[in-house]
Unconditional design. Structure first.
Length: 240
């Protein structure tokens, strides 16, 4: 295999492993612990994200989330030609993890941690708002800690903790998915598709909004601010 093939293959393999691990551990914790254990489930997700961002960040960027891939592409920080391959391996990893959980637990125990809307307390519109805002916050964190110039060494911690606080904040209402792969993997394995389009639409809208804001507000304004002082110096008339 030549070097041109090795690069994309390594990245896609990292995305598959990372996404598989996130769903297997995160949804697995939700399955094993059942209801009323949101803090433990939140940290299971957040710590897994933290570990794999640190491990695979330099190989694939460790998106392990189709919403992150779309958000980065919208921000102009990820090539369009790689969107489909990334999303396909992320979904493959999530579905594989869902079926592994099905066989490990011997059936659809606790719906394998599938993310479901608690319609007794919120509407589908409310669920859309929670998931959209949570995904916006996650993609915003990725862009400003791992992608922007002078990226922080604490990016893995910041990204993982963003996932954690989303689940702590509204996981009891929607599962705090903020990730299409997290929603789709267990749903396919157990055959539960209730409100799945609410999740997917909300997550894609949140990701796209974060990407647009980054591209046209944060980065564009920062570039303009840096250009103005240089222009002023360049255009300054020479002293008499």
């Amino acid at each position: 295999m030549d070097q041109k093939a090795i690069g994309p293959t390594r990245a896609l393999t990292a995305e598959f492993i990372g996404t598989f691990s996130l769903i297997f551990i995160g949804a697995g914790a939700a399955t094993a612990l059942g209801a009323n254990h949101d803090p433990a489930v939140a940290f299971a997700h957040g710590l897994t994200v933290m570990v794999f961002v640190a491990a695979f960040g330099d190989i694939s960027g460790c998106h392990i989330n189709p919403a992150v891939t779309i958000g980065l592409a919208t921000a102009g920080e990820f090539p369009a030609r790689r969107i489909v391959p990334y999303i396909l391996v992320q979904l493959a990893g999530a579905i594989a993890a869902g079926y592994c959980l099905f066989y490990v637990f011997g059936g659809p125990v606790s719906n394998l941690g599938a993310t479901l809307v608690d319609t007794r307390r919120i509407t589908y519109l409310g669920a859309f708002a929670f998931e959209a805002l949570g995904t916006f916050l996650l993609v915003n964190t990725v862009l400003h800690t791992a992608v922007r110039r002078n990226a922080s060494r604490l990016a893995p911690v910041a990204i993982g903790m963003t996932v954690t606080i989303c689940i702590l904040g509204f996981g009891v209402l929607t599962g705090g998915s903020v990730n299409p792969a997290r929603t789709i993997g267990p749903a396919v394995a157990v055959g539960i598709y209730d409100a799945i389009f609410v999740y997917l639409a909300a997550q894609l809208v949140g990701a796209a909004c974060a990407g647009v804001l980054y591209r046209w507000f944060w980065i564009r304004n920062a570039a303009s601010s840096e250009a103005r002082p240089r222009d002023a110096v360049a255009n300054q008339a020479p002293a008499e």
